[in-house]
Each structure stands twice: as structure tokens, then as C-alpha cells.
Design a binder for this molecule. Structure first.
Ligand code: AMP
Ligand code: TRP
Length: 335
């Protein structure tokens, strides 16, 4: 039996944080054996907001190395760079001409990011979800594992499948396969260390709000020591008046691979003075093997280059076939 296919990606904008890891990459790693997987570094998405050309290539390599360091296994998965495969931009253009403008104007992430950009909003930022739809549809992905914040983009992708298939395909010969989001409850929304009601994010101006996968142990300890808490002794999950408490217990639970019940029991009488060092230790020891493997990978650049070059070949073969199928359906003259 052929395995169902997965596609997902992360933008190469600086470092990855615990939200990216627990909300996305850790899940990719955990179930990669059951699927045929394509994981891309979405560098074309990274330029939808002003970017620094001096660091884009470096950040792209960093994310690819982190995929491997976190446990993505090339036996089950293909890793590639989005811009290495021309079909992504080409399909995005074709989809642009099928996508109603008002679908894009209502995207929450667009509105949030556009407010931050002031009057410097690019057409690319508005078009971001269409490029993401192209990423997914080119690979006929069955499932797309992402964090909660990407749900609306997935819904737009699904709407585009219906619209394109209705207009240019037929029930017997659909053009695109319908993808499903794969959003796990736990870890899908890791919150900021400085505000338990805001999501941990790369774009938060404060470094203290997030733990990056490559933060050294002393930095992790310092960030956790300074994290926002409350004066209540005894730590509990699911108290709506204590969002920070829920978030930190969840981080501890996910990284120490324990059940919620066992953490709830362990921490019910603990104060922050006891819990914070425990959480620091857990974060540091969970990230240590990832950091070590990352350093090894970055010191052998030709290996990483080979991985990405093989990824490019594998991804191109699949993507070009889909693109040709769409071009045919839309009536383009074959070269
Ligand atoms: P991004 O950093 O926006 O490129 O996101 C990469 C992946 O990480 C996506 O699947 C996001 O949904 C996921 N993600 C980002 N921030 C968080 C967070 N705070 N909690 C859980 N998942 C997240
Ligand atoms: N928009 C996603 C994010 O910010 C990244 C992304 C781009 C993606 N293309 C994708 C995720 C395709 C899944 C599938 O997190």
C-alpha cells in the first residue's frame, strides 16, 4: 500500500523556537514513519516582509540543518528549499488568477502582519496564502501538519481546491487533491514567556518571550527565571486565570514526555522557586542533543548541500508533474 503524503514547511527567518518545535517539527518527526514526507524551507515566504539579503541563505541552511538535527530522517522524508523548485512560483501565479481578492484580504495573519508593516505592505504579504496553497497542492499532499495559527490558510487552500476542480476539472478527473490540516491539540499553541495569552513568536521584539532551539543553557535558565508567573503556590493546568501556569506546565509535560496527570500530581504543591529550575533542566537536556547534532551538521556544509540537492531532484520530479497537469487543464499551449 502506498503511504499517504505529508507536506509542511517553516520560514527561514532567524532561529526556531519551542513553539515551532512542539507545534510543528516534533510532530513531523514523531509520525514520519507512517507517511511519505516532504518538508521544505519556505524561503520565498520569508521575503514577504522586509528581509536582510545578507542572512537569508544562512538562515535557510540553519533551518534545513535543524530539520535534520530534530530527527527528520531521510529514509522517510525529503528536505528541500522552496525557491529551488520553480514550480512553486509558477503554480502560485496560476492560482493567483483563480483566487478572489477578498479571500486574501480577510486572512487574520495578513491583517496582523499588515498592521505591523504600516504603509510598507507588499503584494507578496497579501499573496502569502496562495503561495502556501501552491506548496501543498504541488505535492498532492494528504495531510499538512502545522500549528493552530495556520488553520485559516489551510481552509483557503481547501477552498481553492474546490474552486479549481469545479472550474477546470471534473469529478472523475479532479485537478487537485484535497489536503487535510493535521493540528495536534498539545503543543499547537505554545505561548510567550512574557504573556501567557500571546503566542510564542519569532516576530516578538523581545528575545525574553521565547526559547530558541539554539539558545545555550545559561540563556535558557535566565529566560525561564524571568518568565512571567503569579504569586500562587501550587501549580495547575487549565485554570483560565493562570495562562502562564498552564503554558509552563505544558512545556514541561511535552518535553519530559509525561502524562498530564503525572505532571499535575508532581506539581500540585510546588512553588515557582522549585518548578523553574526543574523546567530549565528539562528544556536544556531536551535541546542538548539537537544542538549538538546541529553543530555537527553546520561543520560539514557539503553534506547539507548534498541533502538539499537530492531533495531538490526528488521534489522537482513530483512538482513538475503536477504543474503540467494544471497547465493542461487550464489550456496552455505545450512547448
Ligand atoms: P513560522 O515560525 O510562522 O514559520 O511557523 C512554523 C510552524 O510552527 C508552523 O506550523 C506554525 O503553525 C508553528 N508555530 C509557530 N509558532 C507556534 C507556537 N507559538 N505554538 C505552536 N506552533 C507554532
Ligand atoms: N505559512 C507557514 C507558517 O508560517 C509556513 C508554510 C509555507 C507552510 N508553506 C507551507 C506550512 C506549506 C505548511 C505547508 O508557518
Amino acid at each position: 500500500m502506498t503511504k499517504a503524503r505529508i507536506l509542511s514547511g517553516v520560514q527561514p527567518t532567524g532561529n526556531l523556537h519551542l513553539g515551532n518545535y512542539l507545534g510543528a517539527i516534533k510532530n513531523w518527526v514523531d509520525f514520519q514513519r507512517d507517511f511519505e514526507n516532504f518538508f521544505c524551507v519556505v524561503d520565498l515566504h520569508a521575503i514577504t516582509v522586509p528581509h536582510d539579503p545578507q542572512v537569508l541563505a544562512h538562515d535557510t541552511r540553519t533551518i534545513a540543518a535543524l530539520y535534520l538535527a530534530c530527527g527528520i530522517d531521510l529514509q522517510y522524508s525529503t528536505i528541500f528549499v522552496q525557491s529551488h523548485i520553480c514550480a512553486h512560483s509558477e503554480l502560485a501565479w496560476l492560482l493567483n488568477c483563480i483566487t478572489p481578492l477578498n479571500w486574501l484580504e480577510r486572512m487574520i495573519q495578513y491583517k496582523e502582519k499588515a498592521i505591523k508593516q504600516g504603509d510598507n505592505v507588499s503584494v507578496g504579504l497579501l499573496d502569502y496564502p496562495v503561495l502556501m496553497a501552491a506548496d501543498i497542492l504541488l505535492y498532492d499532499a494528504d495531510k499538512v501538519p502545522v500549528g493552530e495559527d495556520q488553520k485559516q490558510h489551510l481552509e483557503l487552500t481547501r477552498d481553492l481546491v474546490i474552486r479549481t476542480n469545479d472550474r477546470f476539472g471534473s469529478p472523475e478527473k479532479p485537478i487537485f487533491k484535497m489536503p487535510e490540516p493535521l493540528i495536534l491539540k498539545e503543543g499547537a499553541r505554545v505561548m510567550s514567556l512574557s504573556d501567557g495569552t500571546a503566542k510564542m513568536s519569532k516576530s516578538d521584539p523581545s528575545e525574553m518571550s521565547r526559547i530558541n532551539l539554539l539558545d545555550p543553557p545559561d540563556v535558557i535558565a535566565k529566560k525561564i527565571k524571568k518568565t512571567k508567573t503569579d504569586p500562587i503556590k501550587g501549580l495547575t493546568f487549565d485554570d483560565p486565570t493562570r495562562p502562564e501556569c498552564h503554558n509552563l506546565l505544558t512545556l514541561y509535560r511535552l518535553l519530559s514526555k509525561q502524562s498530564k496527570e503525572s505532571v499535575a500530581r508532581e506539581c500540585e504543591n510546588m512553588g515557582w522557586g522549585q518548578f523553574k529550575p526543574l523546567l530549565s533542566e528539562t528544556v536544556v537536556s531536551s535541546l542538548a542533543p539537537i544542538q549538538q547534532r546541529y553543530q555537527e551538521l553546520m561543520s560539514e556544509p557539503t553534506y547539507l548541500q548534498d541533502v538539499l540537492s537530492q531533495g531538490k531532484d526528488k521534489a522537482t520530479a513530483v512538482a513538475d508533474r503536477t504543474l503540467a497537469r494544471v497547465q493542461d487543464a487550464l489550456g496552455f499551449l505545450r512547448p
